[in-house]
Design a protein around this ligand. Structure first.
Ligand code: NI
Ligand code: MN
Length: 229
């Protein structure tokens, strides 16, 4: 079974295992780099890492159109149910796992904030370990580098998706340290080049990874996919 991982710009990712479409942090209509609009993207499950607008903007529209289940931290999941009439939500919290038709999801810690766009309290930000078949994907989501990433080493991460934009999250250099903590087979950058304040040169990041870690760096353009065999 192969898994197709598509970058939809900014921190938005679509995972397709051939049977299920799992969308992470959809931010499409107002993203300057998104290759598709929200009404062009379908999902069965939508994972939401935290409450910031650049992660929640198109969640409700896609969830309501596709009857997708929104999986998020407890407060964020409640907000979608109450404020946006999302019919199927599952709230979870850091450290918890959830079994799903495609495998399982575990919510991991993140060092970041999580206020929702209307000022509502969004709980704490998280990341996700996504287990599909024999494969494990780790989305750090918006976070600083933190040493407990080392606890994820023994999860046997195949692919890690790490922010490199700096300013709001870890930057390129810290992401190389994170790569060493996590020891994935492959690492992909995210949360960069959406706007000038988070502009980064992904090719020099890839050079830094090759020089300072053992993982293979993979740089996608928005709209491109990486197939995990
Ligand atoms: Ni954020
Ligand atoms: Mn963000």
């Amino acid at each position: 079974m192969s898994i197709e991982l598509t970058w939809l710009g900014h921190a938005t990712w679509l995972i397709n295992d051939g049977h299920h479409r799992i969308l992470l942090d959809p931010f499409l209509n107002d993203s300057p780099t998104a290759p598709q609009k929200a009404n062009e993207v379908d999902a069965d499950f939508i994972l939401v890492s935290h409450g910031h607008f650049d992660h929640v903007a198109d969640v409700a529209e896609i969830a309501n159109r596709c009857n997708a289940t929104v999986i998020a931290g407890f407060e964020v999941a409640e907000w979608f149910a109450k404020q946006h009439d999302v019919k199927s939500t599952t709230g979870m919290n850091i450290g918890g796992s959830l079994t799903l038709p495609f495998g399982s999801v575990k919510m991991t810690p993140a060092i970041h904030s999580s206020q929702l766009p209307d000022g509502s309290y969004g709980g704490v930000a998280g990341g996700f370990l996504v287990m599909i078949g024999e494969r494990t994907l780790y989305f750090a989501c918006d976070t600083a580098l933190f040493s407990d990433m080392q606890l994820l080493r023994d999860k046997g991460i195949d692919v890690a998706i790490l922010p490199i934009g700096d300013l709001f999250t870890m930057g390129p250099r810290d992401s190389v340290t994170a790569t060493n903590y996590l020891n994935p087979k492959q690492v992909l950058p995210t949360h960069y080049n959406t706007w000038p304040p988070i502009e980064q040169d992904a090719e020099s990041w890839a050079e830094m990874v090759r020089a300072g870690a053992t993982a293979e760096p993979i740089v996608l353009q928005p709209g491109q996919s990486h197939v995990i065999e």
